[in-house]
Ligand binder design. Structure first.
Ligand SMILES: Nc1ncnc2c1ncn2[C@@H]1O[C@H](COP(=O)(O)OP(=O)(O)OP(=O)(O)O)[C@@H](O)[C@H]1O
Ligand SMILES: [Mg+2]
Length: 258
C-alpha cells in the first residue's frame, strides 16, 4: 500500500508486526527515546488499514482512564468508554506508550486481553467484553532510564513478543534526515557524524544520548535557514544536558564538525 507516512525499516520489523497482528499476539517495542517506535506504529496502522488509538501513559494513568467511567450529564449518569474499551470493541490498534509508567491496575486490566482469553472485564458495569478480531495491543517502554525508571514484571513482559529499537546505522540515519527535513546529503552526513561522535562519548554520563529525533530537528532548522552552529546547539546540545561544562564541550565539538 502507498503510504503517506514515512518510516524507514531497520531490521525486518514490518514483517514481525504483520505476523503479530495476524496471530493476535501483543507486541512490545523497547528502545530509547526518539528511535522511531511511535512512527513505526503509525506507519503499520496505516499499512494494515487499522484505526490507531494512542495512550501516553504516565504515573497517574489508571485502569479507569483506560477502561472508562460514569459521568454525570444533567440528571443522568452515562457511561463513557475509555480508549481501551473503545479499541477492544471497535477492533483498533491500541498503543500504550511508556506502559511501565502507568499504575499497576493498568497492567492488571490488560492481562486478560493479552492471553488466549482476549477479553476485557469492566468491573463498574459487571461486563466482560470479547475483543474484536482486529483488536491489537502494542506497548512501548524505554529500558534505559537510569534514575527512577520502572521495570515491567516478567509476568507482564512475557505476554508480549518484543522488538528492540535503537538508533540506526549511519547510512540509514542520513536517509531519515534527508527524507524528514529535505536537507542535502553532505549536511546530513555531518549531522549524523556528530550524533555518533556524541553517542560514543560515554564518559559524559548523559542520562540519554542524542536521538534520531534531535538530529531530525537540527536538520529541519538548518534547512529552514537557521545558522548551522546555532541549529546544532539548540536542537542537539541543549536538550541533552544542563551541565555547563558538558554543554560547552559539546558545542565546541559541534562547531568543529558542522
Ligand atoms: N525509522 C525511522 N523512519 C522514519 N523516521 C524516523 C525513524 N526513526 C526515527 N525517526 C524520526 O525520529 C522522530 C522520533 O521518532 P518517534 O517519535 O517515533 O520516537 P519514539 O521511539 O516513539 O520516541 P519516544 O520514546 O520518545 O516516544 C520521528 O518523528 C522521525 O522524524
Ligand atoms: Mg513515542
Amino acid at each position: 500500500m502507498e503510504s503517506s507516512i514515512f518510516y524507514q525499516e531497520i531490521n525486518n520489523e514490518k514483517e514481525v508486526f504483520e505476523h503479530s497482528f495476524k496471530n493476535k499476539i501483543p507486541l512490545l517495542l523497547k528502545g530509547p527515546t526518539g528511535s522511531g517506535k511511535s512512527r513505526f506504529v503509525e506507519y503499520m496502522a496505516e499499512q494494515l488499514d487499522q484505526k490507531l488509538i494512542t495512550v501516553c501513559c504516565h504515573e497517574e494513568t489508571s485502569a479507569t482512564d483506560l477502561i472508562g467511567r460514569y459521568i454525570i450529564k444533567g440528571a443522568e449518569t452515562v457511561w463513557i468508554d475509555g480508549p481501551l474499551s473503545k479499541a477492544v470493541k471497535e477492533g483498533a490498534i491500541l498503543y500504550l506508550d511508556e506502559v511501565a509508567e502507568a499504575r499497576p491496575d493498568v497492567i492488571v486490566a490488560i492481562h486478560s486481553l493479552t492471553d488466549h482469553r482476549r477479553e476485557l472485564f469492566i468491573d463498574k458495569l459487571g461486563e466482560t467484553i470479547k475483543a474484536d478480531p482486529n483488536f491489537m495491543l502494542v506497548a512501548s517502554y524505554n529500558p534505559g532510564y537510569q534514575k527512577g525508571y520502572k521495570e515491567l514484571k516478567p509476568s507482564t513482559r512475557q505476554r508480549f513478543i518484543a522488538l528492540s529499537f535503537d538508533y540506526p546505522k549511519a547510512d540509514i540515519e542520513m536517509m531519515i534526515l534527508e527524507k524528514e527535513s529535505g536537507i542535502d546529503h553532505s549536511n546530513a552526513k555531518k549531522i549524523v557524524n556528530i550524533g555518533n561522535k556524541i553517542r560514543n562519548l560515554t564518559e559524559l554520563g548523559l542520562a540519554e544520548t542524542v536521538s534520531t529525533r534531535l538530529l531530525v530537528d537540527a536538520s529541519i532548522l538548518i534547512k529552514s535557514g537557521l545558522a548551522k552552529r546555532q541549529s546544532m546547539h539548540v536542537a542537539v546540545v541543549e536538550p541533552l544536558s544542563d551541565d555547563e561544562h558538558t554543554t560547552t564541550s559539546l558545542k565546541d565539538l559541534c562547531d568543529l564538525m558542522i
